[in-house]
Ligand binder design. Structure first.
Ligand code: IMP
Ligand code: MG
Length: 189
């Protein structure tokens, strides 16, 4: 009994990731999303705008599932508030390389949480007069929404838990996981 208890206690001291979405489920859903996007815009070149860095794996896979003409560009933003209570103040760290005027634009994000980041991005992108402006997110934490933003294409609605993998990070780590999991932090000493 003593030995087992020690092992369990040791485990709780480690940061772990509890599986939420498998690699297979994610890939299947991305294939469906790609087809849907092309059905909605059958004859148009589509410009994907990836929000760095979290959207990179999703954008790379989604782009390969949209038939026809697709191009990419990237934008980087950061929110001022460091803690989980987002201040809603967003800063543009890297702008797009090219104009989006008259283009069919799809903003690609890893996760829609409070919605404050996307609300800010949509405001600045709309001013640049794209022909269409749509949003695709891999994950949607509906419960956390503050801003009145909704995504046109949603991979999975997930519960209000901190998730990592497939682009999502905890202190820049875990972005390379091919699946999404719930991060379990070790219990404080
Ligand atoms: P929002 O502005 O609150 O919608 O936050 C969006 C950003 O917060 C995302 O692009 C992520 O970078 C980050 N974020 C929100 N929830 C999570 C999570 O569960 N894991 C990792 N990053 C998250
Ligand atoms: Mg992000």
């Amino acid at each position: 009994m003593g030995k087992k208890t020690v092992n369990v206690a040791k485990k709780m001291k480690k940061e772990t990731v509890r599986p939420l979405l498998t690699k297979g489920r994610i890939q299947k859903r991305i294939r469906e999303m790609g087809r849907q996007i092309r059905r909605d815009f059958p004859d148009e070149p589509i410009l994907l705008i990836g929000v760095l860095k979290g959207a990179v794996p999703f954008l790379a896979d989604l782009a390969r599932q949209i038939p026809g003409e697709v191009t990419f560009d990237f934008i980087a933003v950061s929110s001022y508030g460091k803690d989980t209570k987002s201040s809603g103040q967003v800063k543009l760290n890297k702008d797009l390389d090219s104009s989006i005027e008259g283009k069919t634009v799809l903003v690609v994000e890893d996760i829609l949480d409070t919605g404050l980041t996307l609300q800010y991005l949509l405001r600045i992108l709309q001013q640049r007069k794209p022909k269409h402006l749509r949003i695709a997110v891999l994950l949607d934490k509906v419960e956390r929404r503050i801003a009145n933003v909704h995504a046109d294409y949603v991979g999975f609605v997930i519960p209000n838990e901190f998730v990592v993998g497939f682009g999502l990070d905890y202190a820049e780590r875990y972005r390379n996981l091919p699946q999404v999991g719930i991060l379990q932090l070790p219990a404080p000493e």
